[in-house]
Design a protein around this ligand. Sequence first.
Ligand SMILES: [Zn+2]
Length: 215
Amino acid sequence: MSFFDFHTHNKASKEKAIINIFHNEDIIPNKSLSCGIHPWYYNENYKKEINTINNLAKSKQIIAIGETGFDPVSPANIELQKTIFIEHIKISETYNLPLTIHCVKYFHILKDLKKEFKPKQAWIIHSFNSKPEILQDLQRQGFYFSFSNTIFQIQKKAETIFSYVKAERFFLETDDSELNIENIYLATSKLLNLDIEILKNQIIKNLKDIGIWLG
Ligand SMILES: [Zn+2]
């Protein structure tokens, strides 16, 4: 079994991975995919795009909704960001697909929405690299996390994050980097002082917990 990459933009990835496609992109044959509107591309004409995602979600190959979420650099104001994010929540709940979240800064809004919607599907904040206190708070609210290489940029912070996060609450990913997913597993295994096979198995178990079964 190879190392599972929870979120990648590398469409040619040969790994077991969730490859992200945007709403205007086609299904890639024989791959597991996620699909959503990235907050950088939110716009007033989102309804048509949401419709497309709604249709794509019917495909067996779409195994997660997103990435979608909140970002101060989004061209949409915060109200519109909320509106479009809520549309993604609905698709995630309708098709029983976990929600992959891109969130910069607006964690309080995300938290409030989780309380309001009480989703059955897992909400995973991908490439999480915010304050450890924010992780602790969100973890208490039931969020999952996925870490990319960015988490290892500051050693002390990485140590704190990995001391806080529960083994059953995280995944690993390459995101838009060209790194090999195996290196991210190696760095994590070193930091946690955990055998890499145990780490791999834990993540496979975490995937099952959120409804993703690896064939
Ligand atoms: Zn991404």
